[in-house]
Every structure is written in C-alpha cells, then in structure tokens.
Write a protein that binds this ligand. Sequence first.
Ligand SMILES: Nc1ncnc2c1ncn2[C@@H]1O[C@H](COP(=O)(O)OP(=O)(O)OP(=O)(O)O)[C@@H](O)[C@H]1O
Ligand SMILES: [Mg+2]
Ligand SMILES: [Zn+2]
Length: 454
Amino acid sequence: MSLANKYRPKDFSEVVGQEFVVRVLARALDKKEIPQALLFAGPRGIGKTTLARLFAKGLNCELGPTSKPCNSCKFCMDFNEGKATDIIEIDAASNRGIENVREIQKDARFLPSSRYKVYIIDEAHMLTNEAFNSLLKILEEPPKHVVFILATTEPNKIPATILSRLQKFNLKPHPKHAIIQRLKHVCKLEGIYATEEALSMIAERAEGSMRDALILLEQASIFSDKNVDEFYVSKMLGVVPRERFSNLLEYIVRGDFKGAMQSVEEILGEFSPQEFAGGFVKFLENLLLEKTENLSFEEKTILLRMALDMEFHVRDTFSPRSWITYDIARMCSFKRVVNIDEISSLLGVQKSEEVKKTNVITEDPPIDILRRNFPGLSAYLESSRYEIVNGSLKIYVGDKVIKEKLENGSEILKEVFKVEGVEVILERLENEEMERKIRDIFSQIKRDWEETQP
Ligand SMILES: Nc1ncnc2c1ncn2[C@@H]1O[C@H](COP(=O)(O)OP(=O)(O)OP(=O)(O)O)[C@@H](O)[C@H]1O
Ligand SMILES: [Mg+2]
Ligand SMILES: [Zn+2]
C-alpha cells in the first residue's frame, strides 16, 4: 500500500490542520444534527475525501452518530477494511451523466444496512447540467437515511442552485511546516532516515498537498534505500541545493563576476538553466524573509527582480546560457548600483559641478561613459526603456525601487547625457506574467508572515 493511503487518517484526531471543518463535523455528529448535503472544496490532496469518509464512518458506527467511532463494531471493521457497502463513492469525472445520477436516485430508495447511506461524489463539478438538475431534485427532498457529500477542486463550477442546498466547507492547503511535521511522523514510523533540508524541499514542491508530499517522500525513500538526504532529493526534484545558491550569492555581493560564473557553471553541470533560474528566484524569495548581514531588504528586492528577469529570459530561448551570463553580470554590478552614493564619493562626484572635474566627459557615447564610470546606474538605465525628448531624458520603469535609484543618480545622468532634465516615469510592467509573479511573491510573504503571528 502506498504511504499516502497507509497514512490516511482513520480518525478525526489524526487529521492534520482543517481544524474548523473537523470541529463543525464532530459537533454535528455528537449533537446528532446531521446535515444531509455537504460540500468539501479546496485544492488537491488536502483531505476532502478523507474527511468525507470519516464523517460517513462517524455516522454509521454502531455507537453513533459519534465523532469518536469505536473501531470494533461490524461497521467500523468493515469500514477500516474499505468494505463498508453503505458508503458509495462516485467519481464524477468518469460518471458525469444524467443516467449516473438516476442510478443514485434509484439506489437511494433502498434502506442501508447500517444507519445512513452516504454518497461521496468526487470531482462533483464535472457533472453535466442535466445531471446537476437531476441531483437537485434529490437534494430538495432527500430520503431521511441518505447523506450526500460532494467534493470538488473547483467549487465555482457548481451551479448556484446546488450550492444553496449544500453546507459548504472550504479546506485549506497545508502550510509547509505542517507538511514537514507530518512527514517526520511518517518517517519515524516507517524507519526512514530523512534530513530536515530534504523534507523541506519535498514540502516546498508539494505546494500544500499532503498527498503529493507523501508520494514524493515514498519515491525518494525507495530510490535512496530509506536514506533521504538533500543531495538525493535535489536531484530527484531538480532543485538546486540552497548551499550552492548561498555560494553564488556571495560572489554576486562581492561583485566577483568570474567567481559567480564559475559557480553558475558548476550548477549548470547538474541542473537545467530553467531549474537554475527558477531555483534562484525561490532562494531569493526565501531570503527576503530572513535577516541578512550583508544585504538590506531593498537590495534583496532588487536582486529578486533581476532573478525574475533571468527566469523569464531563459524560458523558451535558444540561448539560455547567454541570458544567464548577461543577467549574472547585471547582478554582479548591482551592489555598486545600490550604493551609488558610495561610488560617487569614491570618484569624488557627489555634486554635478564636481562631475565636470572628473574624467566622465569625453568623446565617447554617453552610455559608454556611464557603463565605465557608473556601472550600477547604467545597469538600471539599460534594463529600462529611455529616450531623449526636447533635451530631457525620459526613462520608463516598472519598479519603484529602480525609479528611486535612477532619480538619485539624475545629476549624473544629466551630465553624462548633456540634458536639461531627467524624468523617471513609473509605468505598468510591460509583462503581465512578471507582474503576477511579483504579486504572488508578496502575498506569499504576507501569508508566511501571518503564520508566524500568534
Ligand atoms: N488533513 C490531512 N491530514 C492528514 N493526512 C492528509 C490530510 N489531507 C490529506 N492527507 C493525506 O493525503 C492523502 C490524500 O488525501 P485526500 O484523498 O483526502 O485528498 P483530497 O483532498 O480528496 O484530494 P483530491 O482533490 O486529489 O481528491 C491521504 O490519504 C492522506 O495520506
Ligand atoms: Mg479526493
Ligand atoms: Zn463502531
């Protein structure tokens, strides 16, 4: 039996999370106020089918209805062996039609051998309109001995007429720490050795689904002979280990392009450009939540933005490696970018009058001058769209932080481009996907932050 099936909770007390739903269901059973039509909604692998079955078990235990079934009566024993005939599970994905619902209608008239006949309709949103209409008739006047439990990953596809007759429960994806804890529990009982980092990678990939996490753990355990470490898991999942990225980041922060590229080459020896770029984004996302000595929050935000660019660049391109080189080069000059005041003072060019005294003004094109003397500022400018209109430099950016940096450097830009004014215009990101991604990251940060609050 797979780990996911083996560790399906046999009892409400074993259910991880979903506290609110568990409490309401347990209370209904204990008070014997039984709702006859329920809906469990939420993403995959989080406990919908599990809770539906547990509710059905509590309904039919000979001591029931109860939230604490006895596990020794005939029904409980049949149930535990998966043989309870009064619990009928229907997969609506493959039984979508009106004839399937008519069958239920016919079958529901017969009395159960235990207390209730419980129909669990999985992926209920797949039913056809006619099937829903037919189901509606049963839900309007269900026989006393029948309970319907609908489960769905897409509740918005269930007609309003049906919804209004169901008691609806929203189940939540599992937070990462809860998945890790459950995996540890399973490892202990199964005699699997697993490192913290390995479990963390698995939990991250499972994206809230307990089933996915258990399946990945099982896979890793089988192939590693119960020795699940991060090196193994990182290969299995195509996830670059954190350590590798920490190493790379050190070079970037030092502005050591050569060292950074060496570190990148090593990573690319084992992982695809996409895995590398996507992983670096995740790494920096996580870093935003941590305290770091050598990087400010703002600096990390800028690096994250550049890494997101890189992730975007390496997708669907013939030359992912060149894009990576380009983006890593940008990142390597970013420290200098951020500390523009610092570099200005190094060059003795804090004020525009002083700029004139330096070697900045030569016959070279402005952008070359900028690249040579202010690599940071030029990186910002070159990642933006800009034009000179009526003697004024207009720069269009999609990021507040970048806007600020360019504005701070506006005196320098004026001198270099020989313009009267510099206008930095914040505009919508040209790329909707990028925008969505950034929004996702910030809502994830917010969620994680909320989780740490008491
Ligand atoms: N809340 C939970 N507590 C403990 N284990 C869970 C929980 N949710 C899911 N699991 C584990 O994941 C497996 C699958 O869960 P379940 O079948 O209930 O998911 P589901 O929400 O119905 O998913 P799907 O939408 O894919 O049908 C279970 O067998 C169990 O091992
Ligand atoms: Mg299910
Ligand atoms: Zn029982």
